[in-house]
Design a protein around this ligand. Structure first.
Ligand code: SF4
Ligand code: SF4
Length: 367
């Protein structure tokens, strides 16, 4: 199994050290909040290589999975209302968002009903579509954590500079540290946090530090190679054993203490923080990014804001809520691999490439 680690010898050494350090200690649970970390952990079979008393939990690390049903449904309603008012909207969004199920269908279903819904790889593609279709309104449904909020803000800057009027966004951007804070406030037990590498390039180590100060929880900012994750785990075990509440930057080849200051300035130029709903997790204080009042003309809900009914977040039996809280693994769900597969997903965690269920299914044999 170690061939998958790139540097097998280094991985082996770190694993031995982890085993040594973990001897005789009580069970330690470490949480990560990143789809790419989950991919690394599952692809490399890290869970099965760790000692019994060291557990890795997957938290709310998939921005598409936690996008509220109400927002997807509202965007679908906006398309319908606009058509009634003889305005054709081109809706753009990412490939996994396109297929996320709600009780009344997905964006993919909307497309099959004859609406213009297009998959894009980045917000820049949506901008190009808007330039090519000056007589149509282009709306980019924009999910994502800090990593995606930064290019969104960058794109808005160009749109404002150019005065491009037929491009709007529907912001469902979310911030990751408040979600971890909410889990800690709710009493979710974990002994250390593996901070997501990409998010940390934007917010910096600094963006996570308050969690250690407030909750005394050790953290490690880790990269995405298997040896990065293993090293992160070793660092956390040592910090816990020494009783040191610290944050260590294992990914210092990329992440800086202050993060990407320019990207942060752009985000805070256009967005402000609001309480926001996370699918299956409820409202999390100060976790959403909304456009500031002075930029409301860039948000589609300023023009169309239809009421939507209250809908259930998940299908009966779907454990996404517990999976996103790090309380269950996908294999504990009755639907997993039977009635729920990437081709026929029951819940959002099976659709997104960053969803834990999707990743578990993809690497099924290695779990
Ligand atoms: S955006 Fe990057 S850091 Fe954030 S969850 Fe996805 S892969 Fe991880
Ligand atoms: S396997 Fe499917 S139904 Fe079960 S938790 Fe995951 S997404 Fe939900």
């Amino acid at each position: 199994m170690l061939e998958k680690f790139g540097d097998k010898a280094v991985a082996q050494k770190i694993l031995e050290k982890i085993k040594e350090e973990a001897k005789g200690i009580e069970e330690l649970r470490f949480m990560h909040v990143c789809g790419t970390h989950e991919d690394t952990v599952t692809r490399s079979g890290i869970r099965s290589l760790l000692p019994e008393n060291v557990k890795i939990m997957s938290g709310p690390g998939c921005p598409v999975c936690i996008t509220p049903v109400e927002d997807i449904v509202k965007m679908m309603e906006i398309m319908k209302v606009a058509r009634e008012e003889r305005e054709e909207i081109i809706l753009t969004t990412f490939g996994d968002m396109y297929r996320i199920p709600t009780p009344i269908g997905s964006f993919a279903d909307l497309k099959s009903q004859g609406y213009d819904v297009r998959i894009v790889y980045s917000i820049y593609d949506s901008y190009k579509i808007a330039k090519e279709n000056p007589d149509k309104l282009v709306v980019h449904f924009s999910p994502g954590f800090e990593t995606t909020a930064a290019p969104t803000a960058g794109m808005l800057e160009s749109i404002v500079e150019e005065g491009l009027e037929n491009f709007k966004i529907y912001s469902v951007h979310r911030l990751t540290p408040p979600a971890v804070e909410a889990l800690l406030n709710a009493g979710t037990v974990f002994h250390g946090l593996i901070d997501p590498g990409h998010v940390s390039t934007i917010i910096g180590v600094k963006g996570w530090a308050y969690l250690t100060e407030k909750f005394g929880i050790p953290q490690v900012v880790a990269g995405f190679e298997p040896v990065d994750v293993l090293l992160g785990i070793l660092i956390l075990i040592r910090l816990v054993k020494r009783g040191e509440a610290k944050i260590i930057n294992e990914y210092n080849r990329v992440v800086k203490w202050e993060g990407n200051v320019k990207a942060q300035e752009l985000i805070w130029k256009y967005f402000e923080v609001k309480d926001a709903k996370w699918r299956a997790l409820g409202v999390i204080p100060r976790s959403g990014l909304e456009l500031k009042k002075e930029w409301k003309e860039l948000e589609i809900r300023t023009y169309y804001n239809p009421e939507v009914p209250k809908l259930p977040d998940l299908e009966k039996g779907c454990l996404c809520g517990a999976v996103l809280r790090g309380l269950a693994l996908p294999t504990q769900c009755q639907h997993f691999g039977k009635t729920c597969t990437p081709r026929h997903p029951v819940g959002p965690c099976m659709v997104s490439y960053e969803g834990t269920c999707h990743i578990f299914y993809k690497y099924g044999a290695l779990m």
